[in-house]
Design a protein around this ligand. Structure first.
Ligand code: 13P
Ligand code: SF4
Length: 320
């Protein structure tokens, strides 16, 4: 009887760290990882950083293959910066609720209804939204970029309303906000964070600007993941309540082993809602398989990629 040949799956080596190191050499590949990745992935990465740092690395690397351990919009940005390189994402389903909250067709109408505005988009958006933007920003340079725009120039800020509100407060500018948000950063409970602070006298609250205003109002320090990490290294305090995805705590503990880091709790006590379900789709095993199979690969229509490159380059120029 005829039996159809099944595609073979490479065997998973017992020492994934060694196997990935070998594949890096073989492919001339670099592994870029965001701080929200699981600890093992952070430990095998050649570079770990926030969205701005990762974009800079992607723009500067001379590796032939970029393995992006993060979410889709991040790998897509790396591909836009390197249209002729192979960019791999361990799990193509690793999306982003914030990017999903800004559908291109709806955004095109919003933009058309406000033709006198320029568009500054947070990097957490699709390539199509980037292609409709004038400048991209990240959580670490949004304030700096908005401050460089002439005061009489109206601005649409998309897609994160929470980061947008924070930028408005920091710059005194009136931004026209797209009403998007991140499911992870909206989950933190103001009440439970205050309770934790009372239980840990002398502790500091560190928060990402994607958190809602009530949570940010209690923060001792607000910044991108890289900025939060740096602050935790430099602060003379011993205990920190961390209001962002808890993956960052792996680096915080590595850098400051004598300090205590407590993940900020979410409103639902029964779930790990503060973990990004998209980021956590990537695993070390999937990363190994992506390198072994040279797939899944990020691909983009050339016109979208070319149009999206300009506002990314603008961001890199404006944030030196
Ligand atoms: P960073 O700019 O700190 O990398 O933030 C990225 C992100 O997805 C936060 O949710
Ligand atoms: Fe997107 Fe939020 Fe996950 Fe960041 S934490 S990747 S904004 S869903």
């Amino acid at each position: 009887m005829f039996t159809a040949a099944r595609p073979t799956t490479p065997q998973i080596p017992t020492d994934l760290f060694a196997a990935i190191a070998e594949l890096k050499q073989e492919l001339n590949a670099i592994v870029l990882a965001h701080y929200y990745q699981e600890p093992d992935i952070q430990d095998i990465a050649d570079y770990i950083g926030d969205s701005l740092g990762l974009s800079r690395q992607a723009a500067e690397t001379d590796a032939e293959v970029i393995v992006f351990a993060g979410v889709h919009f991040m790998a897509e940005t790396a591909k836009i910066l390197n249209p002729h390189k192979l960019v791999l994402l361990p799990d193509l389903d690793a999306g982003c609720s914030l990017a999903d909250s800004c559908p291109p067709t709806e955004f095109a109408k919003f933009k058309a209804a406000n033709p006198d505005h320029i568009v500054i988009s947070y990097i957490n958006c699709t390539a199509e939204i980037k292609a409709m933007s004038d400048i991209i920003c990240t959580s670490s340079n949004a304030v700096k970029i908005v401050n460089q725009i002439p005061a009489d120039q109206p601005i649409i800020f998309a897609p994160d309303k929470n980061l947008g509100r924070y930028v408005m407060e920091q710059t005194g500018r009136d931004l026209l906000l797209w009403e998007g948000s991140c499911i992870v950063h909206e989950t933190f409970s103001e009440k439970r964070i205050i309770e934790l602070k009372v239980e840990n006298p002398g502790s500091e609250i560190l928060a990402h600007p994607e958190c809602e205003t009530p949570v940010l109002s209690h923060a001792d320090y607000i910044g991108s993941t890289t900025a939060l990490l740096k602050y935790s290294q430099e602060s003379d305090r011993q205990t920190f309540i961390v209001a962002t995805e808890p993956g960052i705590i792996h680096q915080m503990e590595k850098d400051s082993p004598d300090k205590t880091f407590i993940p900020a709790p979410s409103t639902d006590e029964t779930c790990a809602c503060n973990e990004c379900p998209h980021m956590r789709l990537n695993t070390l095993e999937k990363l190994y398989l992506a390198m072994k199979n040279k797939a899944p690969e990020i691909t983009l229509p050339e016109a979208t990629s070319t149009a999206a490159l300009k506002p990314i380059q603008k961001m890199l120029e404006m944030s030196v």
